[in-house]
Design a protein around this ligand. Structure first.
Ligand code: HEC
Length: 122
């Protein structure tokens, strides 16, 4: 009796485990979550889905990538709804990484360097 209870709990644990991992679309590797098909339909025409899935960041990060592709790479414009679906999906399924390093400071954000010397020319 004790054994079958243990076995039952074990099986319960095993059957529950796969739901913890995100389900991936076997073709593209996209995390299956609301909006993923919109992203597949709009984001794999020019490059591999890998380029998308290996990137991560905030909504602002994804929006800036989209604007860059629209300005420089011929990405089409989205209506507001589609854009919102895409950004919500990307920033949640491929959001900022926990513990990721902050991006480096830009030159104008650095404090003055007290040790800077004119280059020696002799
Ligand atoms: C019209 C073509 C086109 C479409 C559609 C497109 N992209 Fe791109 N994307 C590009 C090009 C071109 C590059 C640069 C590829 C390279 O550097 O090899 C790029 C690069 C990227 C990168 C890498 C940026 C980096 O920092 O290196 C990401 C991430 C990305 N795209 C995401 C997306 C997402 C998300 C979508 C859908 C909203 C999308 N792309 C749709 C053309 C497109």
């Amino acid at each position: 009796m004790a054994h079958s209870v243990t076995l039952g709990l074990l099986l319960l644990g095993l059957s529950a485990a796969p739901t913890l991992a995100a389900e991936l679309d076997p073709q593209t590797g996209f995390v299956i979550a609301p909006g993923w098909e919109t992203v597949r339909n709009n984001c794999t025409a020019c490059h591999s889905a890998k380029l998308v899935t290996q990137n991560s960041g905030s909504r602002e990060h994804w929006l800036s990538l989209i604007r860059w592709m629209q300005e420089k790479q011929g990405l089409w414009a989205f209506d507001a709804n589609t854009e919102d679906t895409i950004l919500a999906y990307l920033s949640s399924a491929y959001g900022p990484k926990e513990g990721a390093r902050r991006p480096p400071l830009r030159a104008e954000q650095l404090p003055e360097n007290p040790y800077r010397q004119p280059a020696k020319t002799d």
